[in-house]
Every structure is written in structure tokens, then in C-alpha cells.
Design a protein around this ligand. Structure first.
Ligand code: ADP
Ligand code: ZN
Length: 615
């Protein structure tokens, strides 16, 4: 079959998306490739279709390398549903299962084998591959989540380094690496570490137009989050990221107490609990997963409607990859982040205190700064995000700054007043103080502490009485973010001047800030039909009768999914069910051509679907 036939017959899709077609045709003919595509862009088909085509052409088995053991079962299950011979080999198999699979592998009676990197590089497994290779039945290697090879990425996995053996031992076997993380540094690292110098690079647009970005200043963060979910995402599936395990537990509890269906997920939980929570998130509707970044890689649930960050991530790559988990189905989704002075202080301190070398710390600070600039910026979030991945774009009209342009004010004067106060306090008292005390002096507040240290006598006492605390806090945040002020984590988070403070003090550097505005909570965006929603998989606006059919189809799908022990979306996506409900098919022919119904699914479920629709 040709690649477009496979796309239609096996996966039930009419058209390739973006660069998929170019990638697939390059790889089918044996070319090496590096594929950089945002989360939700459709990477899986880029290796699955070549794997099927090459198997049909007699090239044998494709080995898919993935770190995501907990997800292999569902990934392979999805391929089975589409009628593809795929299996996984990992530590969850019994010895018997594993040796049965090895026999099948030796017969090359398999299109795709998923395996973890640590498994692939064992002598036993390499011997199996040798045998296939000698007989010309080792078709290709697909290295998924390839950024795991890079220490600049946020998911560094040392096992990935050992994958160079593939190139050395099986030089003629085509290799493709795929990732959703693609800043220049990480990309270069992948090429070098996996020896993909000769590979063709396919870099897609990183834009995810259906995701709306919102970044808000934290005031009462938990309540802000709760309002966001309750106003805009009632009953939706979503992910809330927090930095610490402790906070994950707290927030999950708070959300549950507020009546939401929330579950915690972090590396400190028992493996079985983690797996159960992940399964529930994938299999049940409307679960909010409160998690550390340990959760999410490879989660291909298409209908996650929001991703919220309650703490600021380390860098833009992390932020972009995490937010990318929203809206894979192409329907409207929200990425919400709260950030504040404490986030800046914490992240800075984590870098400063890490045991890494100075060069590494410098890179990390640069990456943090890029994220802070995004948060503080008053211009289009998407333009900045894409620019970070070297992509030029126009204001998007689908982010908070585009939709509600914030006012910008000149904080240069306030910054100078703060810095000179810090200087004078240090001079007068010989010690440093924290943000609260400094702001009290600048605003001329006679607190106990001010009196105790005689700071009302300073020449700068009260020089910034006109500024609000919120304004000053914003200025401090930006000064810290840009390195013009240092926070000493070892000494009660006291503030200290740096080399760069001088330029601000002298007025050589302007400090421009977004005004803190409390935007009224928006109403829940209406699903479907809106002019701004993007074409791909946008849910259809169904009339009442179709709604009823849609509901019955969903109930039927739920039963099938439970029987097969797979997430519901693996059987059919919502968009596919909605299309069926709308079209009211009478015959199997009527079902053909609906996106998401391939030949195998038509055969397996066609009659049932007609029955459910006809009820
Ligand atoms: P990624 O791995 O890049 O994050 P996936 O491979 O999981 O993305 O694809 C995201 C979603 O898009 C999946 O639900 C997939 O079925 C769907 N998809 C991919 N390619 C196409 C296509 N050509 N037409 C329609 N849907 C597609
Ligand atoms: Zn915008």
C-alpha cells in the first residue's frame, strides 16, 4: 500500500497533516530523519506509516524506542485496534511472555516492537537484533522523545546515551529521532549524541493555534486556580502542575474539597498508585490531575482541555511541552499559568544552589530569564513563544495579552528608588534586608522594624510613597529576573545589589512593566462554531437529536473500552463520534470516509455503531 492508502485504510484519516507526508516518504525510502514537531502535532504516524509500508515491502521489523513503559500498553493497544501487528517488550512482561515475544521477533512476524532504551542495549536484545539484521529483517529504528538524550532538555535520561550503539552496530539501518523539544541547543545535542549529522531535519511550525495562553500574577493562587477551573472548565479533563510533592497533595485535596474530581501524581507515590491514577485520568472523563512534572510525557489523551501551572516552570521548553498536552484534538484549550515574586526567587535559588558547573548555571539562568520575560511581557505571548523556537509570527488574537492588552508603565523611577534604598540600608546597618522591609521604607511606612533600625532617618524613607505595594513588587520581580538584583537564599532571602544594578541606578536601563490588572473572570468559551476555532477536529455543533445519539455512542464506546482495557479515545475520538452522530449513517458505506474510521475499525465496530445510532 502507498503511504496515503495506509493513512486512509489503517488510520481512517483523509489527509496528512503539515509535514507528515514529506517525512513519511523520506523515511519509507530508507532516509534518516530528525523530526521536530510540537506535542500533538502528529509524530506517531511519521514512524508508524513507514513501519507498515516497509514491513509490507519485506524489510521486517521496526523497533520503536520509548522511555514510556507505563504507556506502551495503550500505545500498542491503539495499534491493535487499527489492525497493526505491534507489541511491547519491557519489564511488565512475565518471563514466558517475553520469550514468546522474542520468538515472534526472530520470525519477524511483527511490524513494530516498542521497547525501552535500557532494554535495547542489553547483550541479549542486541543478539536478537543481530540475527534479524543478518537476514535483512531489521527495518528501522524510531527513537521517540529523543530530547531525553540531551542534558539541556528537561527529561535527561542517561540510558539514551547508550543508543549510539544502534548507529555503530547497524550502520545501514535507517534511524529517525522524534521530539517536541527543539530549541537550538537541544537540537544540536540530539544530532551529536545520536549521530544524526547526515539525517534530514524536519522542523514543523511549533504553533498550537487552538491553545489560548494566559499568564496571571499570583495573589491568592489557589483561589485563582479554582475560579479558573470552575468558570471555564467545569467537568473538563485537565492537568495542574505544581513544583513540589507536598503542594501536589495539598492542591489535589483543595480541589476535591471544592467538588472537583482531582487526583495527585508525583514520583513519591507508590508505583501502583501512580499507575492507577494515570489510568483513571486516561480512561475516565473529566479528571483533573494535580502533578509534578513527573506526569505527562507521552500522555496522548486528545481531550485534555486545560493545563495550569501553579508554579512557574524552569524554562520555556518545559512550559511549552507541558502546555502542549492540552487540546491535541485541535479543539479550543487553555494554558493558564500563575507566577509571582516567590517563583522568581525560588527558581533563581535552585539554580544558584545546584551542584552544576558555572557554565551550566549560566545557561539555566538564561533559560529562566526567557520565561520571566514572557511572563512579564505585555505583547503577544504566542509571538514570544514561537520566537524562542526561532519562528516568526504575527500577534495571535488568542492569548491574554492580545485579547485584553494590559497597560504598560515606566518603572524606571521606582526601580532606582528601590535600588538606592537597598544601597543605603546596607550602608547604614551593615546587613541586608528582605523585600517587605525595603518596600516599607520606600513607601514610608513606620513599622516596628523600621523604628528598630532607625530606617525612618534614611534619605530615601518615603520617596516612593506614590507607588503601591503591588507596583513595587512587580519592579522587584523584574529586577531579580534580569539579574539587576540578587536574592540571597542562604540569608533569609535578603536583597543585594549586583554589578548590573549600577546601570539601572544611573538610569541607563529602562524598566518597563505590565500593569497589574485584575481581569474579570471570563465566561466559559462556547464550544464549537466560533469563528476563531481552528478547522482540524473542531467539535461539531450538534442539534438535540444528534446530541442524544452522541451520548449513546459515548456510552457504547465506554463499554468497549472497558472490555478491551483501553482508554475510550483509543476506540474512537470524540470528533469521530460527533461526526457519526451528525451524519446518521444507515449502512456501512455511510460510515466510510468519516475521519478516524479505518478498515479494521469499520469491520470490528461498524455494525455495532449502526445499531447504536438506529436505536
Ligand atoms: P504527538 O506524538 O506529535 O504529540 P500524536 O501522534 O499523538 O501527536 O497525534 C496527535 C493526535 O492527532 C492523535 O490523536 C492523532 O490520532 C491525530 N492525528 C495525527 N495525524 C493526523 C492526521 N493526518 N489526520 C487526522 N488526525 C491526525
Ligand atoms: Zn497573542
Amino acid at each position: 500500500m502507498s503511504s496515503s492508502q495506509i493513512l486512509r485504510e489503517v488510520f481512517g484519516y483523509e489527509q496528512f497533516r503539515g509535514p507528515q507526508e514529506a517525512i513519511v516518504s523520506h523515511v519509507i525510502t530508507g532516509g534518516d530523519a530528525l523530526v521536530l514537531m510540537p506535542t500533538g502535532g502528529g509524530k506517531s504516524l511519521c514512524y508508524q506509516i513507514p513501519a507498515i509500508a516497509r514491513q509490507q515491502a519485506g524489510h521486517g521489523v521496526t523497533v520503536v524506542i520509548s522511555p514510556l513503559i507505563a504507556l506502551m500498553h495503550d500505545q500498542v493497544g491503539a495499534l491493535h485496534e487499527a489492525g497493526v501487528e505491534a507489541e511491547f517488550l519491557n519489564s511488565t512482561l512475565t518471563g514466558e511472555q517475553a520469550s514468546a515475544l522474542e520468538k515472534r521477533l526472530l520470525r519477524a512476524d511483527l511490524t513494530m516492537l516498542y521497547a525501552a532504551p535500557e532494554r535495547i542495549t542489553t547483550p541479549r536484545f542486541l543478539a536478537l537484533l543481530d540475527s534479524l539484521h543478518e537476514r535483512g529483517l531489521l527495518s528501522m529504528f524510531a527513537i521517540d522523545e529523543a530530547h531525553c538524550v540531551s542534558q539541556w532538555g528537561h527529561d535527561f535520561r542517561p540510558e539514551y546515551r547508550a543508543l549510539t550503539v544502534l548507529h555503530e552496530r547497524y550502520a545501514g539501518v535507517p534511524r529517525m529521532a522524534l521530539t517536541a523539544t527543539a530549541d537550538a541547543l537541544t537540537r544540536a545535542d540530539i544530532v551529536e549524541r545520536l549521530q544524526l549529522e547526515e539525517a534530514q531535519q524536519f522542523v514543523s511550525s511549533f504553533d498550537r493555534p487552538n491553545i489560548r495562553y494566559k499568564i496571571v500574577e499570583k495573589k491568592d493562587a489557589t483561589q485563582q486556580l479554582l475560579r479558573f477551573i470552575q468558570h471555564e472548565h467545569e467537568g473538563d479533563a485537565g492537568i495542574v502542575y505544581c513544583q513540589s510533592r507536598r503542594k501536589v497533595e495539598d492542591i489535589a485535596q483543595t480541589l476535591c474539597a471544592a467538588g472537583l474530581n482531582a487526583l495527585p501524581y508525583h514520583a513519591g507515590l507508590d508505583a501502583l498508585v501512580r499507575q492507577t491514577h494515570q489510568d483513571r485520568f486516561l480512561r475516565e472523563d473529566g479528571i483533573v490531575m494535580v502533578a509534578t512534572i513527573a506526569f505527562g510525557m507521552g500522555i496522548d489523551k486528545p481531550d485534555v482541555r486545560f493545563v495550569a501551572h501553579l508554579d512557574m516552570p524552569k524554562n520555556i521548553e518545559g512550559y511549552y511541552q507541558e502546555t502542549g498536552r492540552a487540546g491535541r484534538d485541535g479543539a479550543p484549550a487553555n494554558a493558564w499559568m500563575g507566577y509571582g515574586l516567590q517563583d522568581v526567587v525560588n527558581q533563581r535559588r535552585m539554580i544558584d544552589e545546584s551542584p552544576a558547573g558555572d557554565d551550566f548555571k549560566q545557561v539555566m539562568r538564561g533559560k529562566l530569564d526567557a520565561l520571566l520575560t514572557l511572563a512579564e511581557g505585555a505583547d503577544c505571548r504566542r509571538v514570544r513563544l514561537l520566537a524562542y523556537f526561532d519562528e516568526a509570527s504575527q500577534p495571535c488574537n488568542n492569548c491574554d495579552n492580545c485579547l485584553n492588552p494590559p497597560n504598560v508603565w515606566d518603572g524606571t523611577d521606582a526601580a532606582r528608588k528601590l535600588l538606592s534604598t537597598i544601597y543605603r540600608v546596607q550602608q547604614a546597618s551593615g546587613i541586608s534586608f528582605g523585600a517587605g522591609h525595603i518596600m516599607d521604607i520606600v513607601r514610608g511606612k513606620t513599622t516596628d522594624k523600621v523604628t528598630q533600625f532607625g530606617h525612618e532617618g534614611l534619605t530615601t524613607f518615603g520617596i516612593g510613597a506614590a507607588f503601591s505595594e503591588i507596583q513595587l513588587r512587580g519592579v522587584l520581580r523584574q529586577l531579580i529576573a534580569t539579574g539587576s538584583l540578587n536574592v540571597d537564599g542562604q540569608a533569609f532571602n535578603t536583597l543585594q545589589l549586583t554589578e548590573q544594578s549600577r546601570a539601572v541606578l544611573k538610569g541607563e536601563v529602562a524598566v518597563r512593566l505590565r500593569e497589574s490588572v485584575s481581569t474579570p473572570a471570563e465566561r466559559k468559551p462556547k464550544r464549537g462554531g466560533s469563528a476563531s476555532s481552528k478547522p482540524d477536529a473542531a467539535p461539531l455543533a450538534l442539534d438535540d437529536a444528534a446530541q442524544i445519539r452522541f451520548a449513546s455512542l459515548k456510552a457504547w464506546r465506554g463499554e468497549v473500552a472497558r472490555e478491551h482495557n483501553l482508554p475510550a479515545y483509543v476506540i474512537f475520538h470524540d470528533a469521530t463520534l460527533a461526526a457519526i452522530a451528525e451524519r446518521v449513517p444507515q449502512t456501512l458505506d455511510d460510515l466510510q470516509g468519516i475521519s478516524g474510521i479505518g478498515a479494521k475499525k469499520l469491520e470490528a465496530y461498524g455494525e455495532e455503531v449502526l445499531r447504536v445510532v438506529g436505536l
